[in-house]
Design a binder for this molecule. Structure first.
Ligand code: AMP
Length: 299
């Protein structure tokens, strides 16, 4: 069992119509590793400044996250600010201060090099090669992307899609990469670009999962009070890959369960600001929501 998560560790300032938070812990890696920690002992790779809270490091350790790949550098931790309108699926970036993340060239610790799953979260596709060549031969490589790379690194992104096994994207990203406005066509077009699995996240409505010869949907847990949607995508990926880390290969039955767990972890994350809900969550609550999910989709 070995899942490595490479990406951002940040302070986030979040503005929503129902409340604001200044510089709380965020970034793709904390969300993803906390979500994955319900199924496996994720290995994280990231960089923070000396201003990063020890309390969060202690929390990650207590959850069994392997921190040997976390660098603490002189300087400031990345800071991102996002703003949501009334529709929680619509978010704009107000500012991004990359700080120590700016020139981050991840060094993979020797102990991680034989890992079986590598997840490249929000990483500039032009840096994938440098990271992946440090691994022996992972069974699965997964990635997601952000608008910035679609707009500025299109060729590198398409090249990376040609070699990864799993791709996570939201509906808007899928449309803009493929030029297809219909999501089913967009999902199929992404599969033709290379990955054997494509997960299209549709915010509070769940996700569509595409394979070479199947497509299925997974609901979002019905949640009436969304507090902060930040990190939902990373938590989905963490739940999904964390569950798969204990399985062999990509069997459809496992992929279905993994997608349900991804959706469930994301549904907890959005119930509080930042990683707040993941901090207090326990495995019993995850399983209880899994059982509720069964009832919700039974017919
Ligand atoms: P999500 O809501 O799952 O799409 O991811 C939100 C997280 O992405 C936030 O916690 C941010 O800190 C992080 N993030 C925002 N912009 C960037 C960027 N340019 N590079 C890496 N991470 C970012």
């Amino acid at each position: 069992m070995s899942l490595v998560i490479v990406g951002s560790v940040a302070f986030d300032t979040i503005r929503t119509p129902w409340g604001d938070r200044e510089k709380i812990v965020g970034g793709s890696v904390p969300y993803c590793s906390l979500a994955a920690s319900f199924f496996t002992r994720p290995r994280m790779v990231g960089v923070v400044g000396r201003d990063f809270p020890r309390k969060t490091i202690a929390l990650l350790k207590a959850r069994g996250v392997d921190l040997r790949g976390l660098r603490i550098k002189a300087g400031k931790t990345m800071h991102w600010e996002g703003k949501y309108e009334d529709d929680p699926n619509k978010r704009s970036t107000v500012r991004t201060e990359l700080n120590v993340f700016d020139d981050f060239r991840p060094e993979i610790p020797p102990a991680y090099r034989n890992s079986s799953i590598v997840y490249l979260a929000n990483i500039n596709p032009a840096h994938h090669e440098f990271i992946l060549k440090q691994f022996r031969k992972p069974a699965l490589v997964a990635m997601d992307t952000i608008r910035l790379w679609i707009d500025t690194q299109r060729e590198a992104l398409l090249k990376e899609l040609g070699r990864v096994n799993i791709f996570f994207a939201n509906d808007e990203e899928a449309r803009s990469i493929t030029g297809e406005s219909n999501l089913i066509s967009a999902g199929k077009a992404l599969i033709r670009l290379g990955p054997s699995l494509v997960l299209l996240k549709k915010g509070e409505h769940g996700a569509l999962v595409f394979g070479r010869d199947f497509v299925f949907g997974v609901l979002g847990h019905p949640c009436e009070h969304v507090i902060d949607p930040t990190g939902a995508g990373d938590s989905f990926a963490g739940g999904f890959l964390g569950y798969l880390d204990g399985r062999e290969g990509l069997h459809v039955r496992d992929v279905r369960r993994a997608a349900v767990y991804g959706s469930i972890l994301a549904s907890f994350t959005i119930e509080d600001f930042g990683i707040g809900r993941l901090e207090t969550l326990d495995p019993g609550l995850v399983e209880a929501r899994f059982r509720q999910f069964r009832k919700l989709t039974a017919f």
